[in-house]
Write a protein that binds this ligand. Structure first.
Ligand code: NDP
Length: 247
């Protein structure tokens, strides 16, 4: 855990912060002193959560697949806070389909959310960060984007895209003191994997060296570290957090 004042004075935005990894990250950033903007799609859904998180936490509602809404969200942050120091591109969806069954709609849904959403938020986030003299962007990728998986060509392509975007953005933005890194979680116990059939879940857990799925907090700790000055010379990295799934 970082010191409670490690992120004091920092303004952070976490997309998809209503639950899972996003919510755990928003809480952890706030515990380290940041003022956090939590994003969700459903207007009004985060007011209680923001009150519980405290430290000035606020909600900003937009769907990352809607370019105009994303722009509006960043305009709100700019108006209210004048700057952004930390952007966590976490919002994502998982829909499995073997390639013969993957519809165009499924492909578009996944890429618009998992990849174009990240690029749009990075675009507006980088503009705000550049004006403030720098910042940190952390993109939530996946081990699937590095190592692949049956039935996950579409999801895996979106996450491989996030990794590719991370590398290019890191090069493009380094001179403006904006660091860009990605985390690649393994199997994390959130709603996203709650519907896995028991046999598939058991097989997955069996392949994790540490013998347990990760928690949202396991991922949030890494994101918070990468967002902080503790990682002040780290950029263009893809860091796994998977309990030994891929070793
Ligand atoms: P959850 O399904 O618990 O949370 C996903 C979050 O993303 C929700 O808050 C959801 O909001 C939000 N979201 C989805 N689509 C949009 C959108 N269009 N605009 C705004 N917000 C959106 O999943 P996790 O917490 O597990 O996943 C977080 C990230 O981690 C994802 O990018 C996922 O791909 C990645 N990941 C997860 C792994 C796991 O095993 N759980 C493994 C590897 C990577 P809403 O409540 O409105 O649906």
């Amino acid at each position: 855990m970082l010191r409670p004042d490690a992120l004091e004075g920092r303004i952070a935005l976490v997309t998809g912060a209503g639950r899972g990894i996003g919510l755990a990250t928003a809480k952890m950033l706030a515990e380290a002193g940041a003022t956090v903007w939590l994003n969700a799609r459903t207007v009004g859904s985060l007011e209680q959560t923001c009150a519980e998180i405290g430290n000035g936490a606020r909600a900003v509602y937009f769907d990352v697949t809607d370019p105009a809404a994303v722009r509006e969200g960043f305009v709100t942050i700019q108006k209210e806070c004048k700057k952004l120091d930390i952007l966590v591109n976490n919002a994502g969806i998982l829909r499995d389909a073997v390639i013969e069954m993957a519809s165009v709609e499924l492909m578009d849904d996944i890429w618009r959310t998992n990849l174009r959403g990240v690029l749009l938020c990075a675009q507006y986030g980088a503009r705000l960060m550049a004006r403030a003299g720098g910042g940190s962007i952390v993109n939530v990728a996946s081990y699937i984007g590095r190592f692949g998986n049956t039935g996950q060509a579409v999801y895996g392509a979106s996450k491989a895209g996030v990794i590719g975007a991370t590398l290019s953005l890191a090069k493009e933005l380094a001179a403006r003191q904006i660091r860009v890194n990605a985390v690649a979680p393994g199997v994390i116990d959130t709603d996203m994997i709650a519907d896995l059939p028991a046999d598939k879940r058991e097989k997955l857990l069996g392949s994790i060296g540490m013998g347990r799925p990760g928690t949202a907090e396991d991922v949030a700790k890494l994101i918070t570290f990468l967002a902080s000055d503790m990682a002040g010379y780290v950029t263009g990295q893809v860091v796994g957090v998977d309990g030994g799934l891929v070793i």
